[in-house]
Design a protein around this ligand. Structure first.
Ligand code: IVH
Length: 671
């Protein structure tokens, strides 16, 4: 007999979980990516066909969603403490001596581990299932980020093996591996979005994102180092972590039992350099007394355990001479000063350039011509100028002056209000700005025109064939000329033209992003497109209309109106429209509209489990109702989820406004 759907679904889930574990935790995949994808697709299909077997912990649920959900807070059952830390080996040795004295001569083992540089997380498992992921917050309470953590493939949603306590907590560090960090920053640099200073900031920023689909894309990982609970399997830290490894967790791979000061010192000496080879950022080492009873005896200070200490690595610093400061013009016209340095070796790479970000940094550090500069690369990949060796300065050296005119086109720079940045306003005539906008337009997350990258953009521009994104759509007429360029055979040209053709079916929201409207990044573009639905509405929208859209503030609104007040931009849009680009969102399915909530004003409060707030908002509107933010006499009812705010509850009660839950609401609109 063939398998029942339920068994089939369960089998696929088990297999996919196992392959995830092999791939993401053990780094030893057993099947090809393609086979994995096919199994996943099959499971998705079955789950769609048999929604009665849905499971939020299914491997299909790791993809995240576009839905925005504000975080709720959770009080840690056991507070999340920090560690006492030091930069000195002597102080670590003192810690060992102190521990020996406090344990009154009893034998003890210390476990040496890496200190990963990310953001801490606490996971709670009940009956072998992940129930909650909470950030450290203030140590007492943190944000519930379960949906985001579920997208991290090395985090087990269900445990494997046996012997786990019914309820326990495991703590670890959410990290962004170097390779993902570099990829993310390269992408941000291209989009002219501010770069993350280090993987720690990137990891914590990512974890707090509202859009878990974006989190899934970023490639976070998690390493675990602390197991807490009432019925742990062993009486010592090391064995408990090894058990956690058996249950499917990625446990810190470096965990070395150490006996005495000599061992500890050797461990430090080894990892001070060896850590640079690791795939993730580390900022030190942690030493923990292994035995749990001894841990208890040693106890805690107000902030940290007495049974552990962190040794922090010194940030690496080099001294090198400034050759000159160059001023570089970006896509939006912002001029960024860059320190060009005598090449110097720092944390294994040769550093030649360091961003000085803006004028105020040059002023604060008081940098002069040919100064000797301290360059650091702590957890950071982008070197940072952190200081000046003033003693080494030549007496005649002059302070670095910020340019007053655009270094490329000569236009006088203007100061952006409220910011430290200077800008070249010659949007249509300044080559790096034009090329920057073109590069952005063809980018993967914008129009995704294959075959055109930075170099080709410059070639197309220099030859006078393309000055504005709209010119790409008439590029065909130069195909003969293009083929004559060195290294540009017919195949390359064909690929470019095909890519341009294919871009005509890119969705409207990405077209909005591709336009390079200042302050309109990817998320804002999406929100705008979904709210206005077509380009004409966007072009005509005034500040008031724009600011009434979620997350669009006055600054973005002003930037949009200013952009469309410029005839050059309007003209470009018209050309793009004529070329056949998508200038509206697809028609909504009118059959899903009803008037079941006609004339009703509804307030949404709390957090929901079946749909997100935004989805409920959309449902209200689709059924003819109006969503309002505050409760008043005019409110017909409150759609309340969990944790409705006490003030709102009180107000609803005092005004006799009915409160209904999500199930009641869903029943109401599915009559
Ligand atoms: S143990 C009560 N082990 O460092 C002790 N922490 O300053 C709990 N960290 O908040 C922490 N690697 O985010 C421990 N191997 C490791 C660690 C580690 C990184 C972080 C963690 C903690 C902070 C302590």
């Amino acid at each position: 007999m063939s398998e029942q759907p339920k068994q089939q679904i369960e089998r696929l889930r088990d297999e996919l979980n196992r392959h995830n574990y092999n791939y993401y935790v053990l780094n030893t995949p057993e099947i090809s990516d393609r086979d994995f994808d096919m199994m996943m697709k099959e499971l998705e299909r079955l789950e769609k066909e048999y929604p009665e077997y849905a499971d939020p912990l299914s491997p299909t649920q790791r993809v995240g969603s576009d839905i925005n959900k504000a975080f709720t807070q959770h009080v840690h059952q056991r507070p999340m403490l920090s560690l006492g830390n030091t930069y000195s080996i002597e102080e670590v040795d003192d810690f060992v001596t102190r521990t020996r004295d406090a344990l009154m001569g009893e034998d003890f083992t210390i476990i040496g581990e890496m200190k990963y540089d990310g953001t801490s997380i606490s996971l709670t498992y009940e009956h072998g299932k992940l129930v909650r992921a909470v950030t450290r917050g203030d140590g007492e309470r943190g944000d519930v980020v379960t949906d985001n953590v579920k997208t991290i493939k090395s985090v087990p949603l269900r445990l494997q093996g046996t012997g786990w306590p019914d309820e326990f907590e495991i703590r670890g560090e959410i990290v962004l591996p170097w390779i993902e960090f570099d990829r993310l920053n390269a992408e941000r640099e291209f989009n002219e979005e501010p770069l993350f200073a280090n993987p720690r900031n990137a990891a914590s920023g990512t974890l707090k994102m509202q859009n878990s689909a974006e989190v899934a894309r970023r490639g976070l990982d998690a390493v675990f180092y602390y197991l807490l609970g009432d019925n742990l399997p062993f009486d010592n830290h090391y064995d408990n972590m090894m058990a956690a490894k058996e249950w499917g967790f990625k446990v810190t791979p470096v965990m070395k039992p150490l006996h005495g000061i000599d061992d500890v010192d050797k461990f430090i000496e080894h990892w001070d350099t060896a850590r640079k080879e690791l795939p993730m950022a580390t900022d030190g080492l942690v030493f923990k007394v292994n035995n749990l009873r001894q841990q208890l005896n040693l106890g805690y200070t107000a902030k940290s355990p007495r049974w552990a200490i962190a040794y922090k690595f010194q940030a690496e610093r080099a001294l090198t001479q400034l050759q000159h400061v160059s001023f570089e013009v970006g896509r939006m016209g912002i001029v960024t000063p860059v320190a060009n340095l005598d090449p110097v070796l720092l944390s294994g790479t040769i550093v030649k350039r360091a961003s000085l970000h803006n004028e105020s940094i040059i002023r604060t550090l008081d940098i002069h011509d040919h100064d000797m500069l301290y360059v650091e690369k702590g957890g950071e990949i982008i070197p940072k100028v952190t200081g000046v060796d003033v003693k080494a300065r030549a007496p005649e050296a002059k302070p670095i002056e910020f340019v007053t005119h655009c270094p490329v086109c000569g236009t006088p720079l203007v100061r952006i209000e409220g910011e430290a940045a200077w800008m070249c306003t010659n949007k249509e005539g300044c080559a790096p700005q034009i090329c920057g906008r073109l590069e952005h337009f063809v980018g993967r997350r914008m129009m995704n025109i294959e075959g055109i990258g930075e170099e080709i953009v410059v070639i197309l521009f220099r030859n006078g064939w393309v000055k504005s994104p709209a010119d790409l759509y008439t590029l065909k007429r130069y195909s003969q000329d293009m083929m004559r360029l060195p290294g540009m055979g017919p195949r390359t040209v064909e690929r470019i033209l095909d890519g341009i053709e294919a871009s005509k079916s890119v969705p409207f929201e990405r077209v909005v992003y591709a336009l390079s409207i200042p302050y309109v990044g990817e998320t804002v573009a999406k929100k705008l497109a979904r709210a206005v639905r077509d380009i004409d509405t966007l072009m005509e929208a005034d500040i008031e209309t724009l600011t009434s859209i979620d997350d669009i503030g006055p600054r973005i609104a002003e930037s949009i109106t200013e952009y469309f007040n410029n005839p050059v931009n309007r003209d470009m849009v018209e050309h793009l429209r004529a070329a056949g680009l998508r200038m509206s969102m697809p028609e909504e399915d009118e059959s899903s509209r009803t008037s079941l909530l006609e004339g009703k004003t509804i307030v949404i409060s709390g957090t929901f489990s079946r749909h997100s707030r935004d989805e409920y908002k959309e449902m209200i509107e689709r059924n003819g109702g109006k969503n309002a933010s505050g409760i008043s006499k005019k409110t017909d009812f409150v759609l309340a989820g969990e944790n409705m705010g006490p003030a709102k509850l009180e107000k609803a009660r005092s005004l006799n406004v009915p409160i209904i839950n999500e199930d009641e609401f869903l029943a109401m609109i599915t009559q």
